[in-house]
Design a protein around this ligand. Structure first.
Ligand SMILES: N[C@@H](CCC(=O)N[C@@H](CS)C(=O)NCC(=O)O)C(=O)O
Length: 216
C-alpha cells in the first residue's frame, strides 16, 4: 500500500481528507494517531512536528503531505478517480480553492475555537474568543445561505474539494450553532452532504468515537 493516512476518526479536518479518499475509493492504510498517548503522539510528531492531522505519507514517493487541502490536491493530481476534486480549468480551480478556504477559515476554524474552549480546563476558558467565533460563524452561515440558494454543491453541479471542506465544517457547526431551522438552503445542502456516500461513510466510521465529543 503506497498511501498511509495519519488521522483520528473524530477529527474534523481528517474527515475532509477521508471524504476525498472515499469519494474516489482510493486505497490507503489508515493509521490512527492518539494525541493523548505519549508514544503515539511522539511517533506522529517525528513525521510532522507541528502535530496536527491529517497527514498523508506516500511511501512510494517518500513524501510527507500535511494539510487537508494540500492532501486533496495531491490525491487529485497523483491518484485521480471518477470525482475530479479540483477542476483542470484554472479559473474554476481558483473558485474551488476560494470556497475551500472559506469553509476552512471562516467556518471550520471558528467551530473549532468553540469546541476547543469546551475542552479547556476551568480558569482557562476564553469567553471573548468564543463570542467572537460565534459572531463570525453566524456571518459565514448567512453568506452560505445566500450562496446555496440555487446550487446542489458548493461549485454548482460538480462535487469538489470545496464540498470536502464544507461537510465536516457544517457537521460540527450544526452541533455548536444549530442552523437547520434558521438556514433552509444551508440545511438542504447539509442534508445532501450527509447523504453523499463518501461523507456518510466518514460519519459512520466515527460513530464509535462520538462519545469523545464535548457536548458542552
Ligand atoms: N490546517 C490544517 C488543520 C488541521 C487541524 O487543525 N487538525 C486538528 C484536528 S481537526 C488537530 O490536529 N488538532 C490537534 C492539536 O491541535 O493538537 C489542515 O487543514 O489539515
Amino acid at each position: 500500500m503506497s498511501l498511509r493516512l495519519y488521522y483520528h476518526p473524530l477529527s474534523s479536518f481528517c474527515w475532509k481528507a477521508l471524504v476525498a479518499l472515499f469519494e474516489n475509493d482510493t486505497p490507503f492504510e489508515p493509521h490512527i494517531v492518539d494525541l493523548g498517548d505519549a508514544e503515539s503522539s511522539a511517533a506522529f510528531k517525528k513525521i510532522w512536528p507541528i502535530g496536527k492531522f491529517p497527514v498523508l505519507r506516500d511511501e512510494t514517493k517518500d513524501l510527507t503531505i500535511p494539510e487537508s487541502s494540500i492532501i486533496i490536491e495531491y490525491l487529485d493530481e497523483h491518484y485521480p478517480g471518477p470525482t475530479k476534486l479540483v477542476p483542470g480549468n484554472a479559473d474554476l480551480a481558483r473558485d474551488v480553492r476560494l470556497r475551500d478556504r472559506f469553509y476552512d477559515l471562516h467556518v471550520h476554524i471558528h467551530m473549532q475555537a468553540i469546541v476547543g474552549d469546551r475542552l479547556r480546563p476551568p480558569g482557562n476558558k476564553d469567553p471573548y474568543g468564543v463570542a467572537q467565533a460565534r459572531s463570525r460563524l453566524a456571518t459565514a452561515l448567512g453568506m452560505i445561505e445566500e450562496d446555496m440558494a440555487a446550487k446542489t454543491w458548493a461549485m454548482g453541479d460538480a462535487f469538489s474539494m470545496a464540498d470536502c471542506a464544507a461537510a465536516p465544517a457544517l457537521y460540527y457547526t450544526n452541533k455548536v450553532l444549530p442552523f437547520t431551522d434558521s438556514h433552509k438552503n444551508t440545511a438542504a445542502y447539509f442534508n445532501r452532504l450527509m447523504k453523499r456516500p463518501s461523507f456518510a461513510r466518514t460519519v459512520r466510521e466515527a460513530e464509535p468515537y462520538q462519545n469523545l465529543f464535548p457536548q458542552s
